[in-house]
Ligand binder design. Structure first.
Ligand code: MTE
Ligand code: MO
Length: 260
């Protein structure tokens, strides 16, 4: 069930700035905390209070707006709507590399030793080898990757539809989150609806070759419905949970839902 009809939602950028400013002026910590937990359109009437220049409360308010934004994006996400796909000729060459470190620190994971660890709300938590993943049904897609740093690029990824994998291991598909831990200490998490989206792939190949180290060998999650930072490379462990897991950039203020 959708919580909002799209036409009911109007959140202009100036509105968000005004809101942050207004929440920042609320001196009472309990009222700010209340706002952070339950920022709703109705809650806007609470935005009057004593003047204070409190950086913390502004950050709390912004984080509250971001959580609100998560809920709006989740409500608007259409699990059957496909992201655009492209022709081979439109692939961006060379495809950009990006990580929270430079190319000189790209992780070299040993594919023979690598095991995908599973935990949390699923029936079968046995670890997977790369060969076992390669034996599952594969799909390929040519889609656009959009990074918040201001670039986008079209690439071709192949791998196992994540929905197929989650069903295969008996994951609780009614759980809220799927979390990822990576070999380079990166981590992120996604909503279950996106995990089950038909274009969400456990990518094992890039441009018809085994995924190279720079793009996340041995396996990354590829989602054309989410921004670049939500697409974890070098995945080491996957867990299913109802406890909000956050993420490397998300914990530093990037929006958690991160739809594109
Ligand atoms: N493990 C890991 N995954 C990651 C990152 C990272 O630093 N480590 N960076 C993210 C960001 S911000 C982007 S834009 C993409 C870049 O993927 P690419 O190198 O295939 O272009 O990876 C995402 N996934
Ligand atoms: Mo990114």
């Amino acid at each position: 069930m959708k919580l909002f009809k799209p036409r009911d939602i109007v959140i202009p950028a100036e509105g968000a700035a005004m809101l942050a400013d207004a929440i920042g002026r609320i001196a009472q910590p309990s009222r700010r905390a209340f706002l952070q937990r339950s920022l709703t359109l109705g809650g806007l009437t609470l935005l009057t209070g004593c003047a204070t220049d409190d950086q913390d409360s502004i950050e709390q308010a912004l984080s509250g707006i971001s959580r609100f934004n998560d809920r709006v994006q989740a409500a608007l996400f259409d699990p059957t709507r496909l992201a655009p796909t492209y022709d081979e000729a439109m692939i961006t060459r060379p495809f950009p590399f990006n990580a929270y470190y430079g190319e000189e620190d790209i992780r070299e994971v040993d594919g023979d030793d690598w095991r995908l660890e599973l935990s949390g709300l699923m029936a079968d938590r046995k670890p997977w080898t790369l060969a076992q993943l390669r034996a599952l049904p594969q799909q390929s897609q040519i889609t656009r990757h959009i990074c918040v740093e201001g670039w986008s690029a079209i690439g071709k990824w192949g791998g196992v539809p994540f929905a197929h994998f989650l069903r295969h291991v008996g994951a609780d598909l009614s759980a809220k989150y799927v979390g990822f831990k990576c070999a380079d200490d990166y981590f992120t998490s996604i909503d279950m609806a996106t995990a089950l989206h038909p274009q969400t792939l456990m990518a094992l190949s890039y441009d018809d070759q085994p995924l190279p180290p720079r793009y996340g060998f041995p396996m990354k999650l590829r989602m054309p419905t989410k921004l670049g930072y939500k697409n974890p490379k070098h995945i080491q462990a996957i867990f299913v949970t109802n406890t909000y897991p956050g993420g490397y950039w998300e914990d530093q203020g990037y929006n958690w839902f991160g739809g594109s």
